[in-house]
Design a protein around this ligand. Structure first.
Ligand code: NDP
Length: 399
């Protein structure tokens, strides 16, 4: 019987635990570990008919993770803690020769870099240990990368331009809240934008924009028209490397005017700062303090209504003719909550994390080293999406 270790019992960990239990024949004995036991206990009591073990671990400490992996003799670690823990958990996997999967690139708490460099640097060590590391197996990154691999395999001889389109039209009724970890979310959306394109000499270069400088209106199926803003997003770094013939790649996310106004105010008064400041003789990190004030993303599920629509538009050439393909997935917040007691943002991240781990354990996605999602056969993943709760659609668009 396989043994699965899930690290992180937040919004995403919650969904991963439910989904692994639904696929118990693959995941076998499941242990959920997190920094504090309270969330683990809540999840354990929700899944009361299907036993899972729970325990605490400080995943900032490689030795603690090594001891836990050894104690339960894990075959795979599904890392859905925070991006700060990616490297310590990867190092524990190398030391114990255990497969690894995550949903977000490593970040240092003091400086957000949005890059895979330090994780890719462990490729050789993963190879030597004979294990597989799958990076970014959430929705974006994750499913979006698989959508491109699928488009590339079935619809194009060469993809020239890529737009990733991420819309959350859910309404939780709060004036301001983030859909996943506030620190990680606000860092991402308040950073400068960036996209990649080939210049006139055919050399690829990153073009930087001010935060929210570029906006377009996109008509999202089942949601409607929404303002969508250009952001930098980590999957572009690996797609640029792996999609041949690419000339431009951009990422857009929808935000309401109210969200942006709140964010600008918070930024203007320094509440999004990630460097410590002194407050009444005590050091505090503004964004961490803000996190304690904002609604817990895990508590949004019950009150969120509406849909998410995340997809990709690829344009390129097939048999000498131009074509444009839109692949997207629509999730309903209330349906997700009815199934696993989580809103759609956690659901659309947790389900692909489970699918990636399932394909590794079933040896359908196999390799030694550190990989991004688009490096494997997309068909298996696309089939799983349809059967595990994230059915997708394809549309041919006019060129
Ligand atoms: P949450 O903040 O809800 O949960 C994080 C969990 O990790 C908490 O249970 C927390 O414990 C635990 N944790 C934090 N530090 C440690 C530590 N040192 N040791 C052990 N456990 C720790 O985050 P989310 O569930 O919303 O997000 C999880 C991950 O998913 C993040 O990396 C996020 O970036 C990623 N993500 C990816 C997406 C994608 O599409 N690819 C989309 C959304 C999120 P405690 O309860 O004690 O605080």
């Amino acid at each position: 019987m396989k043994k699965t270790l899930i690290i992180g019992a937040g919004g995403v960990g919650h969904v991963v635990a439910h989904k692994c239990v639904q696929n118990r024949d693959v995941f076998g004995a499941i242990t959920l570990a997190s920094r504090s036991i309270g969330r683990c206990e809540e999840i354990q009591s929700e899944i009361k008919d299907a036993k899972i073990e729970i325990t605490t671990v400080d995943a900032d400490k490689t030795e603690e993770v090594i001891a836990l992996i050894k104690r339960i003799d894990a075959d795979i670690v599904i890392n859905v803690a925070l991006p700060y823990q990616d490297l310590t958990i990867m190092d524990a996997c190398i030391a114990t020769k255990t497969h690894y999967l995550d949903t977000a690139n490593y970040e240092h708490p003091d400086e957000a870099k949005f890059e895979y460099k330090e994780q890719w640097a462990r490729d050789e060590a993963f190879k030597e240990a004979g294990i597989m590391g799958l990076l970014g197996s959430g929705f974006d990154p994750g499913v979006t990368n698989v959508f491109f691999a699928y488009a590339q395999k079935h619809y194009f001889d060469a993809i020239h331009t890529i737009d990733i389109l991420d819309c959350n039209a859910g309404d939780h009724g709060y004036a301001f809240a983030t859909n996943f970890n506030p620190e990680i979310n606000l860092r991402e959306v308040s950073a400068k934008g960036r996209y990649w394109q080939k210049n006139d000499s055919g050399v690829g270069e990153w073009v930087e924009t001010e935060p929210m400088e570029i906006k377009m209106l996109w008509d999202y199926p089942e949601v409607g028209e929404r303002d969508s803003y250009l952001l930098y997003h980590e999957e572009m770094e690996s797609l640029v490397k792996h999609i041949k013939g690419l000339k431009r790649i951009r990422f857009f996310m929808t935000f309401s005017e109210s969200y942006l106004t709140h964010m600008r105010c918070l930024e203007n008064v320094g509440m999004l700062g990630i460097k410590p400041v002194m407050h009444k003789g005590v050091e505090i990190v503004p964004i961490e303090f803000l996190k304690t004030l904002l609604p817990d993303p895990a508590s949004l599920g019950e009150r969120t209504k509406g849909k998410t629509n995340i997809g990709i538009v690829a344009e390129g050439i097939k048999d000498g003719k131009k074509r444009k393909i839109y692949i997207y997935q629509v999730s309903d917040h209330e349906k997700c909550y009815a199934e696993v007691k989580s809103q759609a943002v956690s659901y659309t991240t947790g389900v692909p994390a489970m699918i990636g781990a399932k394909l590794i354990l079933e040896e359908k996605w196999r390799g030694e080293g550190v990989f991004n999602m688009e490096e494997f056969d997309p068909d298996l993943f696309m089939e799983e999406l349809n059967s595990q709760g994230l059915p997708w659609q394809i549309k041919e668009l006019a060129v």
